[in-house]
Design a binder for this molecule. Structure first.
Ligand code: HAM
Length: 430
């Protein structure tokens, strides 16, 4: 009996094909994660890790009962203690809960946090959309200045640039402060109420409960009706216009191109003011590789102090698909630096000793265990994409030497056994 992983999830596995890297290649994942973390640290963010599941209410209260995530996509279950729990569909709500619970703001009112890990949404799987997916996320708590919005967006854009992604477009909008949204909500209700018979069943319900959610509808007829709907930009008050203006000015200052997309509203209820998405042309329908915005009211909603907040999350799967699609990776997988090939039992003991020495110097090294046949060993060294083969046999031991074969240049040199470690260290100095 063999088993397959459930629909919409996948394994991340080592890649053996060095010419063509595929989506599940763990080295590629490590590369993307490293760049995200490196830049977050440069921007002075600290890591936070929260549990994979939370009390369901953490998400229903944050994202909104009528959001797609809460109403359709959550993996919710009752545990043996009769608790209602949910596998986290996103990070922001969990981080907000953790900040409040751990009283992180007691000492430092400003919190700059990053996270990386799996998230879960029950949706129809397709390329770029999975039931378990991974996000790298950033949350800043405690700063209301619009300059911060631009600063955090610049982190996202710099990650994308450093990864080598081409043609990523930043789309920006403001959904205003509460006052602006209230007057817009009224205008939207006035516009949609006479058309309500033509709306989908879901949007009809949303018209009563949460009219702004209708803007997210994927129903064709709804989308048509929305074409002539009023735009939030027409209802922004002075405060909201000014906020957006400063964000734009700072993005320009930092040399970050953007376009204002007046239709951008985002699918979660906690946002206000700045919202944004980064899209690429390579992913078809699932073309948003990262997204976020301001969420000034969320912490207070979860029992914390009133804290202006801003953040984003990158979908790692979509980043990786884009990198592959754009051919950024041709040969990323790192083979061992040294590949030891012993030619008899006694030489193998020597190889084991040397292997230990170089590994403790962080030189990636491997040994051929299968047999003592040099050709087989060399073949495996090539297959593993090794840089050098280290060959030791009876003759080498007798003369106190090793043979070092450069597998790329196809050259060979002889080194004294006692000098081996220092030669290796020099070769792979970082
Ligand atoms: P989101 O737009 O729901 O925002 O997700 C962010 C990113 O996660 C998306 O742009 C996409 O790249 C990726 N993503 C979402 N769902 C899937 C899926 N089913 N399969 C693959 N990738 C997916 C949030 O989650 C907010 N918490 C972002 C945020 C942080 N806002 C403020 N701070």
């Amino acid at each position: 009996m063999t088993y397959q992983s459930p629909k919409g999830v996948f394994d991340i596995i080592p890649e053996r094909n060095f010419e063509k890297v595929n989506f599940q290649c763990s080295e590629l994942w490590a590369f993307v994660e490293k760049i995200c973390k490196e830049l977050a640290l440069a921007y002075n963010f600290k890591e936070i890790r929260t549990p994979i599941f939370e009390h369901t209410e953490v998400f229903t209260r944050s994202s909104g009962e009528t959001s797609d995530i809460v109403s359709k996509e959550m993996y919710t279950f009752t545990d043996k203690g009769d608790r209602q729990l949910t596998l986290r569909p996103e990070g922001t709500a969990s981080i907000a809960r953790a900040i409040v619970e751990n009283q992180l703001q007691r000492k430092h009112s400003v919190q700059k946090l990053f996270y990386l890990g799996p998230f879960f949404r029950y949706d129809r799987p397709q390329a770029g959309r999975y039931r378990q997916f991974h996000q790298f996320g950033i949350e800043v708590i405690g700063i209301k200045d619009p300059e911060l919005d631009a600063e955090v967006i610049s982190l996202l854009m710099n990650i994308i640039k450093r990864l080598g992604i081409k043609d990523a477009k930043l789309q920006l909008n403001s959904i205003g402060d509460t006052e602006s949204r209230e007057s817009y909500k009224k205008a939207l209700i006035d516009y949609l109420t006479p058309l309500s018979d033509q709306l989908s069943k879901e949007s009809k319900e949303r018209l009563l409960k949460n009219p702004l959610r209708i803007l997210d509808s994927k129903d064709k007829q709804d989308r048509k009706l929305l074409e002539n709907a009023p735009l939030i930009s027409e209802y922004l008050n002075e405060n909201s216009k000014q906020h957006l203006g400063i964000v734009c000015k700072n993005l320009e200052l930092l040399g970050i191109p953007y376009e204002i997309n007046p239709h951008l509203v985002r699918g979660l209820d906690y946002y206000n003011q700045t919202v944004f998405e980064v899209v690429t042309g390579n992913l078809g329908a699932q073309n948003t590789i990262g997204a976020g915005g301001r969420y000034d009211g969320l912490l207070a909603k979860l029992g914390g102090q009133d804290s202006p907040s801003f953040g984003f999350a990158i979908g790692i799967e979509r980043v990786i698909l884009t990198l592959i699609e754009q051919g950024v990776f041709e040969k990323t997988v790192q083979g061992p630096s040294l590949f030891f090939i012993p030619l008899d039992e006694k030489s193998k003991l020597k190889c084991m000793e040397l292997l230990q020495e170089v590994r403790l110097e962080n030189i990636q090294s491997e040994i051929f265990h299968k047999n003592f046949k040099i050709q087989k060993g060399l073949q495996m060294a090539f297959d593993e994409n090794a840089s050098f083969a280290v060959i030791i046999g009876e003759e080498e031991l007798a003369h106190n030497i090793v043979k070092l074969k450069d597998l790329n240049k196809k050259t060979e040199q002889t080194i004294g056994l006692n000098d081996f470690s220092s030669v290796a260290k020099n070769l792979f100095k970082q």
